[in-house]
Design a protein around this ligand. Structure first.
Ligand SMILES: Cc1ncc(COP(=O)(O)O)c(C=O)c1O
Length: 343
Protein backbone atom coordinates (compact mmCIF):
# COMPACT_ATOMS: atom_id res chain seq x y z
CA UNK A 1 0.00 0.00 0.00
CA UNK A 2 1.52 3.22 -1.20
CA UNK A 3 1.87 5.90 1.51
CA UNK A 4 1.81 3.26 4.26
CA UNK A 5 5.23 1.97 5.21
CA UNK A 6 7.11 0.07 7.87
CA UNK A 7 10.16 1.71 9.44
CA UNK A 8 12.18 -0.37 11.85
CA UNK A 9 9.15 -2.55 12.43
CA UNK A 10 6.78 0.36 13.12
CA UNK A 11 3.91 1.27 10.80
CA UNK A 12 3.60 4.77 9.39
CA UNK A 13 0.94 6.49 7.28
CA UNK A 14 2.24 9.40 5.23
CA UNK A 15 5.17 9.66 7.63
CA UNK A 16 3.01 9.68 10.78
CA UNK A 17 3.56 6.82 13.25
CA UNK A 18 0.32 4.91 13.65
CA UNK A 19 1.26 4.19 17.25
CA UNK A 20 1.02 7.94 17.84
CA UNK A 21 -2.36 8.11 16.13
CA UNK A 22 -3.63 5.27 18.33
CA UNK A 23 -2.33 7.02 21.46
CA UNK A 24 -3.95 10.32 20.50
CA UNK A 25 -7.29 9.14 19.12
CA UNK A 26 -7.73 5.72 20.73
CA UNK A 27 -8.79 2.54 18.97
CA UNK A 28 -10.52 1.34 16.93
CA UNK A 29 -9.75 4.14 14.47
CA UNK A 30 -9.76 4.31 10.71
CA UNK A 31 -6.77 6.13 9.29
CA UNK A 32 -6.88 7.26 5.68
CA UNK A 33 -4.17 8.68 3.45
CA UNK A 34 -5.27 11.69 1.43
CA UNK A 35 -2.24 11.16 -0.81
CA UNK A 36 -3.32 7.58 -1.56
CA UNK A 37 -6.86 8.73 -2.42
CA UNK A 38 -5.52 11.46 -4.70
CA UNK A 39 -3.03 9.09 -6.36
CA UNK A 40 -5.75 6.53 -7.06
CA UNK A 41 -7.91 9.19 -8.69
CA UNK A 42 -4.92 10.51 -10.64
CA UNK A 43 -4.56 7.01 -12.16
CA UNK A 44 -8.04 7.32 -13.66
CA UNK A 45 -7.54 10.94 -14.71
CA UNK A 46 -4.32 10.02 -16.55
CA UNK A 47 -5.86 7.00 -18.28
CA UNK A 48 -8.83 9.08 -19.43
CA UNK A 49 -6.85 12.19 -20.43
CA UNK A 50 -7.94 13.66 -23.75
CA UNK A 51 -11.44 12.24 -23.75
CA UNK A 52 -14.73 13.55 -22.39
CA UNK A 53 -15.13 11.53 -19.21
CA UNK A 54 -16.41 11.77 -15.65
CA UNK A 55 -15.29 9.56 -12.78
CA UNK A 56 -18.15 9.09 -10.30
CA UNK A 57 -16.84 7.75 -7.00
CA UNK A 58 -19.08 4.88 -5.80
CA UNK A 59 -20.13 6.16 -2.38
CA UNK A 60 -21.07 2.68 -1.11
CA UNK A 61 -17.40 1.74 -1.02
CA UNK A 62 -16.79 4.26 1.79
CA UNK A 63 -19.20 7.06 2.65
CA UNK A 64 -17.01 8.74 5.29
CA UNK A 65 -17.65 12.50 4.93
CA UNK A 66 -13.97 13.42 4.95
CA UNK A 67 -13.30 11.00 2.10
CA UNK A 68 -16.26 12.32 0.11
CA UNK A 69 -14.88 15.81 0.68
CA UNK A 70 -11.45 14.80 -0.68
CA UNK A 71 -13.10 13.46 -3.85
CA UNK A 72 -15.36 16.52 -4.15
CA UNK A 73 -12.27 18.74 -4.04
CA UNK A 74 -10.60 16.57 -6.67
CA UNK A 75 -13.65 17.26 -8.85
CA UNK A 76 -15.09 13.76 -9.11
CA UNK A 77 -18.75 12.99 -9.55
CA UNK A 78 -20.49 10.47 -7.30
CA UNK A 79 -22.42 7.23 -7.83
CA UNK A 80 -25.08 6.86 -5.13
CA UNK A 81 -27.65 4.17 -4.30
CA UNK A 82 -29.85 5.96 -1.75
CA UNK A 83 -31.20 9.29 -0.60
CA UNK A 84 -28.95 9.00 2.44
CA UNK A 85 -25.88 8.78 0.21
CA UNK A 86 -27.09 11.85 -1.70
CA UNK A 87 -27.40 13.75 1.59
CA UNK A 88 -23.87 12.72 2.54
CA UNK A 89 -22.45 13.82 -0.82
CA UNK A 90 -24.09 17.23 -0.44
CA UNK A 91 -22.99 17.56 3.21
CA UNK A 92 -19.41 16.80 2.12
CA UNK A 93 -19.43 19.52 -0.54
CA UNK A 94 -20.10 17.28 -3.56
CA UNK A 95 -21.91 18.69 -6.58
CA UNK A 96 -25.35 17.07 -7.14
CA UNK A 97 -25.05 17.97 -10.82
CA UNK A 98 -22.31 15.31 -10.99
CA UNK A 99 -24.30 12.56 -9.26
CA UNK A 100 -25.57 9.37 -10.89
CA UNK A 101 -28.19 7.43 -8.95
CA UNK A 102 -27.94 3.61 -9.27
CA UNK A 103 -29.73 0.93 -7.25
CA UNK A 104 -32.74 -1.31 -7.74
CA UNK A 105 -34.93 -0.01 -4.91
CA UNK A 106 -35.34 3.75 -5.34
CA UNK A 107 -38.28 5.10 -3.33
CA UNK A 108 -40.53 7.97 -4.42
CA UNK A 109 -39.00 10.17 -1.72
CA UNK A 110 -35.48 9.41 -2.91
CA UNK A 111 -36.45 10.15 -6.51
CA UNK A 112 -38.04 13.44 -5.47
CA UNK A 113 -34.96 14.53 -3.50
CA UNK A 114 -32.66 13.63 -6.39
CA UNK A 115 -34.81 15.55 -8.88
CA UNK A 116 -35.03 18.57 -6.58
CA UNK A 117 -31.25 18.62 -6.27
CA UNK A 118 -30.83 18.36 -10.05
CA UNK A 119 -28.69 15.21 -10.23
CA UNK A 120 -26.88 14.30 -13.43
CA UNK A 121 -28.67 11.04 -14.18
CA UNK A 122 -30.81 8.22 -12.80
CA UNK A 123 -29.55 4.76 -13.69
CA UNK A 124 -32.96 3.12 -13.98
CA UNK A 125 -32.89 -0.60 -13.24
CA UNK A 126 -36.40 -1.80 -14.21
CA UNK A 127 -39.57 -0.93 -16.13
CA UNK A 128 -41.64 -0.21 -12.98
CA UNK A 129 -38.89 2.11 -11.77
CA UNK A 130 -39.06 4.02 -15.07
CA UNK A 131 -42.82 4.52 -14.70
CA UNK A 132 -42.51 5.55 -11.06
CA UNK A 133 -39.79 8.06 -11.93
CA UNK A 134 -41.95 9.54 -14.70
CA UNK A 135 -44.80 10.01 -12.20
CA UNK A 136 -42.59 11.67 -9.61
CA UNK A 137 -41.08 13.96 -12.28
CA UNK A 138 -44.59 14.85 -13.51
CA UNK A 139 -45.63 15.78 -9.94
CA UNK A 140 -42.65 18.11 -9.72
CA UNK A 141 -43.14 19.45 -13.24
CA UNK A 142 -39.62 18.48 -14.35
CA UNK A 143 -38.01 15.98 -16.72
CA UNK A 144 -35.92 13.18 -15.24
CA UNK A 145 -32.49 12.54 -16.80
CA UNK A 146 -32.26 8.79 -17.39
CA UNK A 147 -29.93 6.01 -18.44
CA UNK A 148 -31.21 2.45 -18.34
CA UNK A 149 -28.85 0.19 -16.46
CA UNK A 150 -28.55 -2.84 -18.67
CA UNK A 151 -27.58 -6.33 -17.62
CA UNK A 152 -25.18 -7.68 -20.27
CA UNK A 153 -25.10 -11.27 -18.93
CA UNK A 154 -21.31 -11.29 -18.76
CA UNK A 155 -19.40 -13.30 -16.16
CA UNK A 156 -17.06 -10.90 -14.33
CA UNK A 157 -15.03 -13.79 -12.88
CA UNK A 158 -15.21 -12.59 -9.31
CA UNK A 159 -16.83 -13.70 -6.03
CA UNK A 160 -20.54 -14.54 -6.58
CA UNK A 161 -21.58 -12.11 -3.82
CA UNK A 162 -20.17 -9.19 -5.81
CA UNK A 163 -21.21 -10.26 -9.33
CA UNK A 164 -23.93 -8.02 -10.71
CA UNK A 165 -23.98 -8.44 -14.48
CA UNK A 166 -25.25 -11.99 -14.95
CA UNK A 167 -28.87 -12.61 -15.86
CA UNK A 168 -29.40 -14.40 -12.54
CA UNK A 169 -28.61 -11.09 -10.77
CA UNK A 170 -31.30 -8.60 -9.77
CA UNK A 171 -29.50 -5.68 -11.37
CA UNK A 172 -30.40 -3.87 -14.57
CA UNK A 173 -32.62 -4.56 -17.56
CA UNK A 174 -31.72 -7.54 -19.78
CA UNK A 175 -30.12 -6.25 -22.99
CA UNK A 176 -32.57 -8.07 -25.30
CA UNK A 177 -35.50 -6.10 -23.82
CA UNK A 178 -33.66 -2.83 -23.33
CA UNK A 179 -34.23 -1.44 -26.82
CA UNK A 180 -38.02 -1.72 -26.48
CA UNK A 181 -37.90 -0.07 -23.06
CA UNK A 182 -35.81 2.81 -24.47
CA UNK A 183 -38.46 3.28 -27.16
CA UNK A 184 -41.14 3.47 -24.46
CA UNK A 185 -39.01 5.93 -22.48
CA UNK A 186 -38.52 8.08 -25.56
CA UNK A 187 -42.30 8.52 -25.77
CA UNK A 188 -42.59 9.68 -22.13
CA UNK A 189 -42.54 13.48 -21.88
CA UNK A 190 -41.18 13.39 -18.29
CA UNK A 191 -38.15 11.29 -19.27
CA UNK A 192 -35.01 12.76 -20.79
CA UNK A 193 -32.88 9.91 -22.15
CA UNK A 194 -29.21 10.61 -21.51
CA UNK A 195 -27.29 7.36 -21.77
CA UNK A 196 -26.77 3.67 -21.06
CA UNK A 197 -25.34 2.34 -17.79
CA UNK A 198 -23.78 -1.01 -16.96
CA UNK A 199 -21.84 -2.42 -13.98
CA UNK A 200 -20.92 -6.10 -13.94
CA UNK A 201 -19.21 -6.64 -10.60
CA UNK A 202 -16.46 -5.77 -8.20
CA UNK A 203 -12.86 -6.80 -7.44
CA UNK A 204 -12.27 -7.53 -11.14
CA UNK A 205 -8.70 -8.42 -12.04
CA UNK A 206 -9.26 -9.29 -15.69
CA UNK A 207 -10.20 -6.42 -18.04
CA UNK A 208 -11.76 -8.73 -20.64
CA UNK A 209 -15.29 -9.06 -19.14
CA UNK A 210 -15.69 -5.27 -18.89
CA UNK A 211 -14.60 -4.90 -22.51
CA UNK A 212 -17.08 -7.63 -23.46
CA UNK A 213 -19.86 -5.78 -21.62
CA UNK A 214 -18.78 -2.51 -23.29
CA UNK A 215 -19.10 -4.14 -26.72
CA UNK A 216 -22.69 -5.12 -25.87
CA UNK A 217 -23.41 -1.58 -24.67
CA UNK A 218 -21.98 -0.15 -27.90
CA UNK A 219 -24.12 -2.50 -30.00
CA UNK A 220 -27.20 -1.32 -28.08
CA UNK A 221 -26.15 2.33 -28.52
CA UNK A 222 -25.88 1.78 -32.28
CA UNK A 223 -29.34 0.18 -32.38
CA UNK A 224 -30.78 3.09 -30.38
CA UNK A 225 -29.14 5.60 -32.72
CA UNK A 226 -30.84 3.81 -35.63
CA UNK A 227 -34.13 4.25 -33.72
CA UNK A 228 -33.42 8.00 -33.57
CA UNK A 229 -32.47 7.93 -29.86
CA UNK A 230 -29.36 10.01 -29.25
CA UNK A 231 -27.21 9.30 -26.20
CA UNK A 232 -24.98 11.75 -24.39
CA UNK A 233 -23.05 9.25 -22.29
CA UNK A 234 -22.10 5.62 -21.77
CA UNK A 235 -21.54 4.58 -18.14
CA UNK A 236 -19.42 1.44 -17.74
CA UNK A 237 -19.58 1.28 -13.95
CA UNK A 238 -16.76 0.42 -11.58
CA UNK A 239 -15.13 -2.87 -10.76
CA UNK A 240 -11.34 -2.62 -10.81
CA UNK A 241 -9.93 -4.75 -8.00
CA UNK A 242 -7.17 -4.10 -5.49
CA UNK A 243 -4.45 -6.17 -3.92
CA UNK A 244 -5.36 -7.73 -0.58
CA UNK A 245 -2.83 -10.56 -0.61
CA UNK A 246 -0.96 -11.75 -3.69
CA UNK A 247 -3.49 -10.92 -6.42
CA UNK A 248 -2.04 -9.65 -9.70
CA UNK A 249 -3.88 -6.37 -10.12
CA UNK A 250 -3.58 -4.52 -13.42
CA UNK A 251 -2.64 -0.83 -13.37
CA UNK A 252 -5.66 1.41 -13.93
CA UNK A 253 -4.41 2.37 -17.39
CA UNK A 254 -3.98 -1.29 -18.42
CA UNK A 255 -7.34 -2.27 -16.99
CA UNK A 256 -9.09 0.50 -18.95
CA UNK A 257 -7.19 0.01 -22.23
CA UNK A 258 -9.37 -2.80 -23.69
CA UNK A 259 -12.53 -0.94 -22.70
CA UNK A 260 -11.27 2.30 -24.27
CA UNK A 261 -10.37 0.28 -27.38
CA UNK A 262 -13.99 -0.89 -27.69
CA UNK A 263 -15.18 2.71 -27.31
CA UNK A 264 -12.71 4.13 -29.84
CA UNK A 265 -14.46 6.47 -32.26
CA UNK A 266 -17.56 6.87 -30.06
CA UNK A 267 -18.36 10.45 -29.20
CA UNK A 268 -20.53 9.92 -26.11
CA UNK A 269 -19.10 11.03 -22.79
CA UNK A 270 -17.66 8.12 -20.80
CA UNK A 271 -18.71 7.69 -17.18
CA UNK A 272 -17.01 5.32 -14.74
CA UNK A 273 -18.11 4.47 -11.19
CA UNK A 274 -15.05 3.12 -9.38
CA UNK A 275 -15.18 2.63 -5.63
CA UNK A 276 -12.87 -0.01 -4.21
CA UNK A 277 -9.93 0.92 -6.47
CA UNK A 278 -10.12 4.56 -5.29
CA UNK A 279 -10.41 3.95 -1.58
CA UNK A 280 -9.71 0.30 -0.69
CA UNK A 281 -5.97 0.66 -0.41
CA UNK A 282 -5.99 4.13 1.09
CA UNK A 283 -6.72 3.31 4.69
CA UNK A 284 -6.15 1.07 7.67
CA UNK A 285 -8.22 0.10 10.69
CA UNK A 286 -6.19 0.56 13.84
CA UNK A 287 -7.19 -1.87 16.55
CA UNK A 288 -5.76 -3.06 19.87
CA UNK A 289 -5.55 -6.58 21.27
CA UNK A 290 -7.56 -6.59 24.50
CA UNK A 291 -7.37 -10.27 25.47
CA UNK A 292 -5.59 -13.43 24.47
CA UNK A 293 -7.98 -16.30 24.81
CA UNK A 294 -6.60 -19.79 24.74
CA UNK A 295 -8.92 -22.45 23.42
CA UNK A 296 -8.52 -26.22 23.11
CA UNK A 297 -8.29 -26.14 19.33
CA UNK A 298 -7.03 -22.69 18.68
CA UNK A 299 -6.07 -19.44 20.33
CA UNK A 300 -7.81 -16.12 19.82
CA UNK A 301 -6.58 -12.56 19.92
CA UNK A 302 -9.62 -10.52 20.96
CA UNK A 303 -9.42 -7.01 19.57
CA UNK A 304 -11.44 -3.86 20.11
CA UNK A 305 -12.74 -3.77 16.51
CA UNK A 306 -15.39 -6.11 15.14
CA UNK A 307 -17.41 -7.00 12.06
CA UNK A 308 -19.35 -3.77 12.32
CA UNK A 309 -16.04 -2.03 11.56
CA UNK A 310 -14.81 -4.49 8.91
CA UNK A 311 -17.54 -6.65 7.41
CA UNK A 312 -15.70 -8.37 4.56
CA UNK A 313 -14.06 -11.29 6.44
CA UNK A 314 -17.34 -12.32 8.08
CA UNK A 315 -19.38 -11.60 4.95
CA UNK A 316 -17.50 -13.69 2.46
CA UNK A 317 -14.46 -15.06 4.19
CA UNK A 318 -12.31 -12.33 2.68
CA UNK A 319 -8.65 -11.97 3.53
CA UNK A 320 -7.27 -8.82 5.15
CA UNK A 321 -3.65 -8.43 6.06
CA UNK A 322 -2.90 -7.75 9.72
CA UNK A 323 0.25 -5.80 10.48
CA UNK A 324 1.84 -4.78 13.73
CA UNK A 325 1.85 -1.10 14.49
CA UNK A 326 4.59 -1.24 17.05
CA UNK A 327 7.98 -2.90 16.51
CA UNK A 328 8.34 -6.33 18.10
CA UNK A 329 11.41 -5.39 20.16
CA UNK A 330 9.58 -2.60 21.97
CA UNK A 331 6.59 -4.84 22.51
CA UNK A 332 8.83 -7.54 23.96
CA UNK A 333 10.31 -5.00 26.36
CA UNK A 334 6.87 -3.85 27.49
CA UNK A 335 5.85 -7.48 28.03
CA UNK A 336 8.95 -8.16 30.11
CA UNK A 337 8.33 -5.05 32.22
CA UNK A 338 4.74 -6.12 32.79
CA UNK A 339 5.91 -9.63 33.70
CA UNK A 340 4.11 -11.13 30.70
CA UNK A 341 5.28 -13.82 28.33
CA UNK A 342 5.45 -12.55 24.73
CA UNK A 343 3.59 -14.79 22.30
C1 LIG B 1 -23.74 0.26 -9.66
C2 LIG B 1 -22.38 0.18 -9.06
N1 LIG B 1 -21.45 1.05 -9.48
C3 LIG B 1 -20.21 1.02 -8.96
C4 LIG B 1 -19.84 0.12 -7.99
C5 LIG B 1 -18.45 0.16 -7.46
O1 LIG B 1 -17.74 -0.96 -7.77
P1 LIG B 1 -16.20 -1.07 -7.34
O2 LIG B 1 -16.12 -0.66 -5.92
O3 LIG B 1 -15.87 -2.48 -7.57
O4 LIG B 1 -15.41 -0.16 -8.24
C6 LIG B 1 -20.78 -0.82 -7.55
C7 LIG B 1 -20.39 -1.83 -6.55
O5 LIG B 1 -20.99 -2.84 -6.33
C8 LIG B 1 -22.08 -0.78 -8.09
O6 LIG B 1 -23.02 -1.67 -7.69
Amino acid sequence: MKHFETRDGALFAEGVALERVAAEFGTPTFVYSRAALSDAYAGYAAALAGRDAMVCYAVKSNSNLAILNVFARLGTGFDIVSGGELARVIAAGGDPAKVVFSGVGKTRGEMRAALEHGIYCFNVESEPELYRLAEVAADLGVRAPVALRVNPDVDPKTHPYISTGLKCNKFGVPIPGARALYRQAARMPQIDIRGIACHIGSQLLDPAPVAEAAAKVVALAEALNRDGIELRHLDLGGGLGIRYDDEAVPATRDYLAPLLGVLAGRTERLLLEPGRSLVGNAGVLLSKVEYLKHGEDRNFAIIDAAMNDLARPALYDAYHRIAEVRPRARRALRCRRAGLRER
